[in-house]
Design a protein around this ligand. Structure first.
Ligand code: ZN
Length: 279
């Protein structure tokens, strides 16, 4: 059931895995992979590109972040379990492919529920260099989260980045083309395609994690995506249907709004707002 595309180059070299559709409501990754795999055969590629355009067919067909079969979030399920639930088995199948690769580029977006500024996330110094070459304006020092494909591969010593580009359940065509150019630039950085594909862009690096909802209600964002904020600035609130404020969110530090909840109805544990601190 898993659709895996592989293209071996004209000579030996590194092996890169590109994944999209880990969440079933994110469209830039699959669109970029379709475009990329049409271009790759025309390139003097050294090494191998493996691509999984839609990692979770179950979630993709449902148009949801998590799988309808078992309710699991594939991006919290790696390295998976070949004897487990449908999502756990899928994670194990993908992880077996991923552990054969040297590099991972995991393409996401905010899906229906969230929106991100275009960014490339990293863990190690090598993945920070890859993220910088991806050419998006923001670099995000990713929190270490068990079960995330890029995080689990980093534990194995691989170089992995995770990218985000808007969301809201839409397909950004600019996002898809920026993703293709970013992947080609990383391939050039890893000396798999000619250096002319390297993107030279200014980047700014941020760290930080999401603030979570503790209540159920209607989310009101009070800032814009990408806005610079000062410490203490009100960012968002959650209200009841009668208008009572149930929870307020404020900036803990000076920084930039890297992501916001998109869907209005919010439940405990949902992501609300992410302010990145400039580093
Ligand atoms: Zn995602």
């Amino acid at each position: 059931m898993l659709d895996v595309l592989r293209f071996g180059g004209v000579s030996a070299g590194p092996h890169v895995l590109v994944t999209g559709g880990i969440h079933g409501d994110e469209y830039e990754g699959p669109a970029a992979i379709a475009d990329l795999m049409a271009q790759v055969p025309k390139l003097p590629l050294q090494g191998t590109v493996t691509a999984i355009p839609v990692a979770s067919e179950m979630a993709w067909r449902a148009g949801t972040r998590c799988s309808p079969d078992d309710g699991l979030n594939l991006a919290r399920t790696f390295p998976g379990n070949p004897e487990g639930s449908p999502t756990e088995r899928l994670a194990a199948e993908i992880f077996a492919i991923a552990r054969e690769c040297d590099y991972l580029i995991d393409l996401h977006s905010g899906g229906v529920e969230y929106r991100f500024v275009p960014l490339a996330g990293f863990y190690t110094e090598a993945s920070r260099e890859a993220a910088r070459h991806f050419g998006l304006p923001v670099l995000w020092q990713l929190p270490e989260t068990d079960g995330v494909l890029s995080c689990e591969l980093t534990k194995l010593g691989k170089t992995a980045i995770g990218c985000e580009y808007l969301g809201g359940g839409e397909l950004s065509l600019r996002g898809a083309s920026d993703y293709v150019r970013g992947i080609l630039s990383c391939l050039a950085h890893w000396e798999m395609v000619p250096a002319e594909y390297v993107l030279e862009k200014e980047t700014a690096t941020y760290r930080g994690d999401w603030q979570l909802s503790e209540v159920e209600g209607v989310f009101r964002g009070l800032v814009q995506l990408g806005q610079d904020v000062r410490a203490g600035r009100p960012l968002a609130e959650i209200r009841s249907h009668r208008g009572d404020v149930l929870q307020r969110f404020g900036a803990a530090c000076d920084g930039r709004v890297l992501a916001l909840r998109n869907k209005a109805y919010i439940r405990p544990g949902n992501w609300a707002v992410l302010v990145g601190e400039h580093v």
